[in-house]
Design a protein around this ligand. Sequence first.
Ligand code: ADP
Length: 507
Amino acid sequence: MTAGTTVRHFPMLIGGKAVDGENVLEIRDPQNDELVATAASGGASAIDAAVDAARASFDDGGWSRATPAHRSQVLHAIADKLGEQIEELVELEIMANGATVRQATGFHVGYAAPHLAYFADLAARYEFETPMPRASFPVLGQSTMRREPIGVVGAIAPWNFPLLLALWKFAPALAVGNSVVLKPDEKTPLTSLEFGRIAEECGLPPGVFNVVPGPGPDAGARLASHPGVGKIGFTGSTDIGREIMRLASGTVKAVTLELGGKSPALVLDDADIDLAVDGVLYGSMLYSGQICESMTRLLLPDSIHDEFVERLLERASTIQLGDTRDWDTDMGPVVSARQHSRILDYIESGKAEGATLALGGRVPQGERFERGHWIEPTIFTGVSNDMRIAREEIFGPVLSVIRYGSEPEGVALANDTEYGLASSVWSTDNSRALEVAEKIQAGSVWINDSHQINCEVPFGGYKQSGVGRELGPHALDPFTEVKNVHLDLSNRRDARPYDVLLSHADD
Ligand code: ADP
């Protein structure tokens, strides 16, 4: 933005109204730190107002009691609109989170419309009532299992895939008739606010979808602990995930948590090296490594280690950093000054702990990189699995290469982590790769691939990578309450077991 130009301002969305908040968030482009937009920021009182509006819309029934077919139709209409407005949404996304136009079009924003369409399809055919087997003991009866919307659902979203990861929570919640309060990350609220506008244009009743950008410890914490919210869907760091669980426990809210990762790429000695080199770089460097399931630990067998590393370094050095809006750019900046210094600290710790810095590790040279938050693709070799760069989530373009001897040693290293979000196995022998996949403790194992996020299959983590699953055919279940309605069919007093209590009626 040049001096003197005004930037677009995005108000909050509460009860169908554009509302300004207590404060203003400055949205800055990570590639040059320029101010590109402002957004209203709310705290606890804005969250309270949004929860009240959401509850009122839920009780009104315009959405919660609409037919599943109608809800599906509205969600499809929104998905179509997202598809039509993809260029505008991509621009809003990349100016706040620094993704490249290729990544945002293909993935960050590009996935939003088809994923929403998938949830809309699930909404149409969802089994809201399931007859259970008829009981004949102790008396004749029939139960029906009902799935009902919870009421008000809270969604707390991160900055890396601001629209998509928010949508994984709010779309299944809406699909079954809930009302939603979304708190996007304070750096990246623009596409969520724009989504709210589009959704109401397409027929979502006012108050059903509310968006309150604001600070995590204030707005986020209030949402996670609010007594009027029945469920929280969260994606973010494991530390904040623990905090969300603690806050939600006060009112015993259900939670779905998608948290950190330290995913292994386990290359077996019969891997197709060219394919694996590209797949591992895609797995570790996409969006500058700021993806929870990124393949940040590369496990290489002794027999192919040197050849693999040589080709990996050659290939990684072709990754071009540059203008995020240029279709030729491969990699952009990292999201913020805070992340930038965290990542550089990790690089220093890798060097201090004795790993070999084989590539990158610095701020790139050149005028373009003097402002903004840039880091070269970085590869450490000679890493041991107990170093911080092998154990802690860095969330940057940093790959740690670890050697192993036998296949069981490789599998043990893959599992030697507190996380368990994703993993990949590289082998030309499918049977062998499938056997190894069974031994890996992670929510996703991609054989000969990375980042295979598909809305039709569940995604989530083992161990400290999360609680519950998003996506897949059961994606709507966590946003429902299950109710059993029992209907007595006997009309007989004499068959009842009431005499275990009422034994003196004839005395
Ligand atoms: P990161 O470390 O990648 O920034 P976080 O886990 O800190 O990710 O943030 C993910 C989301 O959680 C953001 O929307 C953020 O505002 C929110 N958040 C941060 N701290 C809290 C908190 N104490 N309570 C609730 N939400 C929070």
